[in-house]
Design a protein around this ligand. Structure first.
Ligand SMILES: Nc1ncnc2c1ncn2[C@@H]1O[C@H](COP(=O)(O)OP(=O)(O)O)[C@@H](O)[C@H]1O
Ligand SMILES: [Mg+2]
Length: 451
């Protein structure tokens, strides 16, 4: 039965007591206190009330009509409610095992009737303090749980971000791989371009040779020889023709003359055929070089620098003759064989020779010179230098000339030196340049390991 002073919030005390004397006693004790309370006289009714409301302190008589106090207490504890309920059992029994039964059922304290109001108040105070502590704890636990939840949601957001980042990292990695592949392809295109460039030049050399051969053959003295053979064939009296005929008398001298002209023709044709064959071989080798780049790594050969430099300059014989360029080679005595991929070295030399030819074109005919030398700079390193006295390089361009695409020529492509520097590095060497300045010539030095 609700009593005055009871609040809608959590009630302080629920008294379950059937004895009229004690009911009056409790009313007297609590009338003057600030506690809210109510009194129920039946055990079953008390149990029902406890389903919907939860006081802080339960003063529970042991013997009750309906459900007894110990059963109420046990059942309450079985509910495992979140807010703590401090249970004080009231009993007239004083036997130790009875008291232990009460504690086993979940009682927090007990009082043996009759009792002092002061003791009751003190025990209530203890109960209240415990409930307050428990409430404070609960709110702290709730706070912690909320913080935990926040942390968990932060962690899950972090995990999402992490996933995003690792996905982005993967995307970046893929983009990088694509870039590497693009760069590799660009490198291949660059090589293809320089191969085509060289092949173009070699084809020019070959075509010049074949034009000369055609001209020599076209104007050959062989037709004169044919006519002479026909004339001689018509003679029935050969000795008389030689001795008495004016034309016959000139035959020996004529033959000597034709022989010497034809020997010269023969020499020229065989020289040009040689250049043609060389050009053809170099074209084959340069194309093979590109194939080397496309797949299998190149094979090294022990190469004689004088032979290889000789081959390279031979490719320019016609071109240098046409432009009046004087070329000179000097090889240090006892140069060792150098272990290199010879096509690579050849390609570098061809590029350097082309550039030197272009550089000397600004000079007067007769002044144009290129000098090639090879020597050991350390017991394990050879240096090939290619110097020209041409247009030279301005100081600000000395570094840039190796950049891909750098050119100062109207029809230049600027791939040559970049490719040469790359090739030199691949061969374990280096390509460097020196020039005192504009119009003062340039010297390229290719250093290579001997082994
Ligand atoms: N021997 C040289 N003398 C002066 N300048 C040179 C010489 N060789 C190269 N260069 C400079 O380096 C530039 C790049 O050369 P290269 O890479 O071979 O490309 P390209 O010959 O197509 O211009 C040339 O345009 C030129 O300015
Ligand atoms: Mg060039």
């Amino acid at each position: 039965m609700p009593e005055p002073g009871q609040s809608a919030a959590r009630e302080d005390i629920l008294i379950v007591e059937d004895s009229g004397v004690y009911i009056s006693f409790f009313k007297t004790v609590f009338a003057a206190s600030a506690y809210s309370y109510s009194i129920i006289t039946n055990g079953t009714a008390a149990w029902e009330k406890l389903q919907s409301s939860q006081p802080k302190i339960l003063l529970l008589d042991w013997n009750l009509p309906g459900m007894d106090g110990v059963t109420i207490c046990r059942r309450l504890r079985e509910l495992k409610r979140p807010n703590y309920l401090f249970v004080i059992m009231l009993t007239s029994m004083q036997r130790l095992e009875d008291i232990m039964t009460g504690f086993d059922a979940g009682a927090d304290d007990y009082m043996v009737k009759p009792f002092e109001p002061a003791v009751l108040k003190a025990k209530i105070k203890v109960g209240m303090r415990l409930c307050e502590l428990e409430a404070a704890n609960t709110s702290k636990v709730e706070l912690l749980a909320r913080a935990n939840q926040r942390q968990e949601s932060l962690i899950s957001r972090l995990e999402e971000k992490n996933q995003l980042i690792s996905k982005q990292a993967q995307d970046i990695h893929e983009a990088q791989m694509q870039l590497v592949e693009t760069a590799r392809r660009a490198g291949m295109a660059e090589i293809a371009t320089s191969v085509l460039h060289n092949v173009g030049n070699l084809l020019n050399t070959a075509m010049t040779s074949s034009t000369i051969i055609r001209e020599v053959v076209g104007h050959s003295k062989i037709s004169t020889l044919t006519r002479l053979a026909e004339l001689l064939g018509q003679q029935t009296d050969f000795p008389r023709f030689i001795q008495a005929d004016a034309r016959g008398g000139k035959v020996p001298m004529f033959l000597t003359e034709i022989a010497s002209v034809m020997a010269r023709e023969h020499q020229l044709i065989s020289d040009k055929l040689h250049v043609l064959a060389e050009s053809q071989e170099q074209i084959r080798q340069i194309i093979a070089l590109q194939q080397t780049y496309a797949g299998v790594a190149g094979v090294k050969d022990a190469v004689s620098l004088s032979v290889l430099i000789g081959d390279a300059t031979r490719l320019f014989v016609e071109s240098f003759k046409k432009h009046d360029i004087e070329i000179e080679c000097a090889f240090a005595p006892e140069l060792p064989l150098v272990n290199v991929e010879k096509h690579k070295l050849l390609q570098i030399l061809i590029n350097l020779l082309q550039n030197a030819r272009d550089a000397t074109k600004t000079l007067e005919r007769g002044d144009r010179r290129i000098h090639i030398s090879a020597s050991l700079t350390t017991p394990d390193t050879v240096a090939i230098t290619l110097a020209d006295n041409g247009v030279g390089i301005r100081p600000e361009n000395l570094e840039r000339i190796f950049n891909f695409g750098f050119t100062t020529k109207p029809n230049g492509h600027g791939f040559g030196l970049h490719g040469c520097a790359n090739l030199a590095r691949e061969m374990g060497g280096a390509l460097t340049v020196a020039s005192p300045g504009h119009a003062q010539g340039a010297t390229f030095t290719l250093s290579l390991p001997v082994k």
